[in-house]
Each structure stands twice: as C-alpha cells, then as structure tokens.
Design a protein around this ligand. Structure first.
Ligand code: SF4
Ligand code: FES
Length: 236
C-alpha cells in the first residue's frame, strides 16, 4: 500500500518558520507509522528528525500528532490510519512545546513540572518490619497511574495549556496522584502547596482531552478530580 506522509518540518538553524514536506512511502499491512518514518529517514531523507527508542509503546519517546491526534508512532498501524482516515497522513510535533527540530520537541519544562510534585515515596516513619507492607487492595488504588510513560501526549492535548502555559499539566498531576494514593506515602502535605495552587489542580476544567489522548488509557481527569476532593477534605 502507498501512503503519503505530510510532515511538518522545522530546522531553527536554517529556517525562520515551519513547512510541510511530503514523502510517498510503500508500507506493508503490519507496518507501524514509526516504520514508515524510519524508512523515510533511512532511504529518502536522512535530515528528518524524530525521537524513538523502544518501538514497543514503553518509553514514550515517539509521541507526536498524527492527523491531529496525539499518538505513539510505534503503536499506530499505518493500515489502521489509512483505512479510517485515508492514505494521506499528516504528522506534526506535539503541541505546547518548543520544537527543537522537525518532530523533536524540548521537554525540559515538562520534566521540571513533573519534579515539582515530588514524584517519589515520602515517608520518614520507621519501618516496622523488613519493608512497608501494602495490601493488594491498597496497591490497586494507584495502579492506573503507574502506567504513565511520560510521553507528554496529555500535555499536548490539554486545551488549558493553549493559554495558561504555567499550568503543571495532566502528567505531573497524574504522578502526584500516583504517590498521594499510595498507602505507604506520607507526602500529601509536601505536595499540597504545588497542587493547591493557581497552576495546580484548580486549572483543570474537566475537558477530558488528556484522558482521550493518553496511549496508556489512564483516567487522568478522574485522578485530578480525586486530588481536588482530597484537598477539599483536607481543608474541612
Ligand atoms: S498520563 Fe498518559 S498521556 Fe500523559 S504522559 Fe503519562 S502516559 Fe503519556
Ligand atoms: S518508541 Fe518507545 S513508546 Fe514508541
């Protein structure tokens, strides 16, 4: 099957603005969009820049906008896209990031936001046994959030970030929930100043775009609302 890839390209060292470049690629039925991009880079245009690593939906490095939706290129079958959306595929970098080159974006701010919610277990209490014991039921409470691969798709899809660029964003709030909902953690109060701030959970207006965009199907909006409720309860 032949597909046409229309890729948004930008090289800040050479160009003032972005432009669309088209590539015709022959793909097999089981090729993923990542395979098509690798084919372009290897055989047609070595100057094309994109990130990839695991190629199996684990590392989160190849998130991009494909036909206007955030997706992992390695988890997107070209055939599926072509059958539903046609054989012309538009590919752009994630939104709300500075483009470094072509499909590679600068995620430094995204990871700074991630760090501010203290995404690690906080507990100074002495360990009574060899380790902190947790029941299977308590482990289940934060299972969903552990699936995050920090791909930034939710950050790109969030409409709040169109205007409010200081919003921590859905991924950071998901990581806060991951640890706040862990029965072994005592760090809620440490995370509270950041979460209960103008740029924290209260910026979220329940658009659910992050939840729709997440390739790991994490119920991000639900987790943010859970944090809002916990903050309210903490104030009572
Ligand atoms: S919450 Fe989902 S969309 Fe957001 S960074 Fe994590 S895996 Fe990606
Ligand atoms: S390359 Fe790792 S998630 Fe796609």
């Amino acid at each position: 099957m032949k597909v046409k890839l229309k890729i948004k390209r930008f090289n800040p060292e050479k160009e003032r603005g972005s432009f669309i470049q088209e590539y015709e690629v022959d793909v097999s039925p089981d090729d993923r969009l990542l395979d098509a991009l690798v084919h372009v880079k290897q055989y047609i245009d070595g100057s094309l820049v994109f990130r990839k690593s695991c190629a199996h939906g684990i590392c989160g490095s190849d998130a991009m906008r494909i036909n206007g939706k955030e997706r992992l290129a390695c988890k997107t079958l070209v055939q599926d896209v072509a059958e539903i959306e046609g054989t012309v595929v538009e590919i752009e970098p994630l939104s709300h990031f500075t483009v470094q080159r072509d499909l590679a974006v600068d995620q430094a701010g995204f990871f700074e936001n991630y760090k501010t919610v203290k995404p690690f277990l906080i507990n100074d209490e002495p360990v009574k046994e060899k380790e902190r014991i947790q029941s299977p039921e308590d482990r289940k409470k934060f299972d969903d959030a552990t699936n995050c691969i920090l791909c930034s798709s939710c950050y790109s899809a969030c409409p709040i970030l169109d205007n409010k660029t200081d919003f921590l964003g859905p991924a950071a709030l998901t990581q806060a929930a991951r640890f706040n909902d862990d029965s072994r953690d005592r760090g809620f109060k440490d995370r509270l100043p950041v979460l209960d701030s103008e740029n924290g959970v209260w910026s979220c207006e329940n658009h659910f775009e992050c939840t729709k965009a997440c390739p790991r199907n994490i119920k991000i909006t639900k987790l943010i609302n859970q944090t809002k409720r916990r903050i309210e309860e903490d104030k009572d």
